[in-house]
Design a binder for this molecule. Structure first.
Ligand code: CP
Ligand code: NVA
Length: 303
């Protein structure tokens, strides 16, 4: 695997097959078999945004693989008081065997990776959330077996970190992605134009048309972390894209409902939908653990 995981562009098809295989093994054998590929290895977890799933699944995953995870709040590090990212990267490379980082600017993670001699894993930036997306591909693969030609519709903020990551994932994995959002929250042109595989990503502003025949419906919060100042405007403009029972009935009859969580119930998704038998949101959350264990093993445990 590539030294870093910053978007989805570092991943090859072989990597993805191996991640799926290992994730499945870890999932089936959890609590019965205890491989320790991270024994003697320390992984820094730098967080400057809130997290429940990512923080806990990485912490537990590192522990289960025999490694040591150090949780570090960016505001309590010297980088929060003016030390450069480059100096931070060089110093941390002398102590640690890998860095997991969640922050605002994607360019900060790129800068950290540029100066690090150890693997850097993006645990979410304003622009991309690759760990979530690879886990989501695994969740879809568990249900649909092949990702090839799977139709998935994403509703909501078409330029969010999740939308951006799903565009790359769909193209790479050969899926058919429809992004349904209002004009003001359209998907990024540079990502829509990117050639990354034979999958497709298209924009459809009409949510009813967008969900037609979709096997998977995906949504995410309308106000991502860091965009709180725009809350009122976003909630108003994104209202027609709420994933509710009425919209769900327009998708394929057994369509599955996905959400990276946290959900803002009765905003982007209704409780009726998120708690319905068609919802697989808790499987998505669980798979974060198995998939990240596979990623950590391949990026850090095999060196
Ligand atoms: N889905 C996800 O990344 O959740 P957290 O923000 O709780 O980590
Ligand atoms: N788009 C959301 C994802 C949270 C996991 C955010 O960035 O807040």
């Amino acid at each position: 695997m590539h030294q870093n995981l910053l978007t989805l562009e570092e991943i090859t098809h072989n990597d993805l097959r191996e991640v799926f295989k290992l994730s499945q093994e870890y999932k089936e054998n959890r609590g019965r078999v205890f491989p320790k590929p991270l024994e003697g290895k320390s992984i820094g977890m730098i967080f400057s945004k809130s997290s429940t799933r990512t923080r806990v699944s990485f912490d537990v995953g590192i522990y289960e693989l025999g490694g040591h995870g150090l949780y570090m709040e960016e505001s309590k590090m010297q980088v929060g008081r003016g030390e450069t990212i480059a100096d931070t990267a060089c110093v941390l490379s002398r102590y640690l065997h890998g860095i997991v980082i969640r922050t605002f600017k994607h360019s900060d993670v790129v800068e950290l990776a540029k100066h690090s001699r150890i693997p850097v894993i993006n645990a979410l930036t304003d622009e991309f959330h690759p760990c979530q997306t690879i886990s989501d591909l695994f969740t879809i693969h568990e249900l649909s077996d092949s990702l090839e030609g799977v139709k998935i519709t994403y509703l909501g903020d078409g330029a969010s970190n999740m939308a951006n990551s799903l565009i790359l994932a769909a193209k790479f994995a050969g899926m058919e992605l429809i992004i349904s959002s209002p004009h003001d929250y359209q998907p990024r042109k540079d990502l829509m134009d990117k050639e990354l595989g034979h999958g497709s990503a298209t924009w459809e502003p009409d949510p009813v048309k967008a969900v037609e025949n979709a096997a998977y419906l995906y949504t995410d919060v309308w106000v991502s972390m860091g965009f709180e100042d725009e809350s009122a405007e976003r909630v108003k403009k994104l209202k027609p894209y709420q994933l509710n029972m009425q919209l769900l009935r327009n998708a394929a009859p057994d369509a599955k409902v996905m959400h990276c969580l946290p959900a803002h119930r009765e905003e982007e998704i209704t409780s009726e939908v998120v708690d319905s038998p068609q919802s697989i949101v808790l499987d998505q959350a669980e798979n974060r653990l198995h998939v990240q264990k596979a990623i950590l093993t391949m990026m850090i445990g095999q060196n």
